[in-house]
Design a protein around this ligand. Structure first.
Ligand SMILES: Nc1ncnc2c1ncn2[C@@H]1O[C@H](COP(=O)(O)OP(=O)(O)OP(=O)(O)O)[C@@H](O)[C@H]1O
Ligand SMILES: [Mg+2]
Length: 240
């Protein structure tokens, strides 16, 4: 595979030394709690973290990378970025037919610990797997790719509430009010619904919702849709 990378490189294309910011793992949630058993289950080789939408697969993977993963680390959200885009960020313009091979070669040469987030099928992941090293895959499907860790609903062991309180007390009033009000909305909601509930202009509400997402108090669950993790929702509903 090194040959493939060499071919790409002889086209006058250089591989950048640093991991492009878009493909560095984002920080795990500030108030990450629990998952001690799951964190211990992740090991070298391929581990698939599987579970329902919003249960906490990505958060778990990011926390593991932060606590126990060796560097350097490469993060690819397969729902958002094609592999050709990743390679271009490293300065490689590759024939589509060679992309997977060049990607594997890149991962091997740089010894990346790899997080492939939001995989939809085993067929999407298999061509990307390096011959050795540590790869975390998250998927709502139970992909048959190796070691599987089932990620179930978080149970509140009493640690989350105080951590959420810390984030909550720092919120500006508009964000805090939205946090309290939107928690009574069942399921996912968009900006227009949140604006209606709050009785405020959509543009202000949109900024405030983005702020709540940044603080891990709210989750973006799709295009312009937001939702609460069950435990966070329960916390928000206790606020007046
Ligand atoms: N262990 C945890 N401690 C605190 N917050 C958590 C934890 N796990 C998840 N969350 C929060 O719950 C929300 C959903 O988590 P996450 O995005 O990891 O879910 P997911 O299983 O990856 O969902 P999807 O299937 O949509 O990708 C996020 O706001 C995240 O910050
Ligand atoms: Mg996820």
């Amino acid at each position: 595979m090194g040959d493939v990378l060499a071919v790409a490189a002889t086209g006058g294309i250089r591989t950048r030394d640093d991991v492009p910011p878009l493909f560095r793992p984002p920080a795990p949630p500030r108030h990450f709690v629990g998952r001690d058993a799951e964190l211990r289950c992740i090991r070298a080789g391929v581990t698939v973290l599987t579970g329902a939408a919003g249960v906490g697969k990505t958060a778990l993977a990011l926390q593991w990378l932060r606590e126990r993963g060796s560097s350097p680390q490469l993060y690819v959200d397969l729902a958002v970025h094609r592999i050709g885009r990743v390679l271009r960020a490293f300065g490689m313009n590759v024939d589509p037919a060679d992309e997977c091979a060049v990607f594997r070669s890149l991962v091997m040469r740089r010894q990346f610990t790899l997080l492939l987030d939001n995989a939809s099928s085993a067929g999407q992941v298999t061509p990307l797997l390096p011959a050795s090293g540590t790869v975390l895959v998250t998927s709502r499907e139970k992909l048959d790719l190796g070691h599987v860790v089932e990620v179930g609903p978080l149970t509140d062991d009493g640690r989350l509430g105080p951590l959420l309180d810390l984030s909550y007390v720092e919120l500006p009033e508009r964000q805090a009010r939205l946090y309290r009000l939107c928690a009574w909305q069942p399921g996912a909601f968009g900006v227009p619904v949140a604006a209606e509930i709050a009785g405020e202009p959509a543009c202000d509400v949109e900024d405030a919702l983005d702020d709540l997402v940044e603080k891990s108090l709210l989750t973006e669950v799709g295009d312009d849709a937001f939702g609460f993790h069950d435990l966070v929702r329960a916390h928000a509903r206790t606020k007046r």
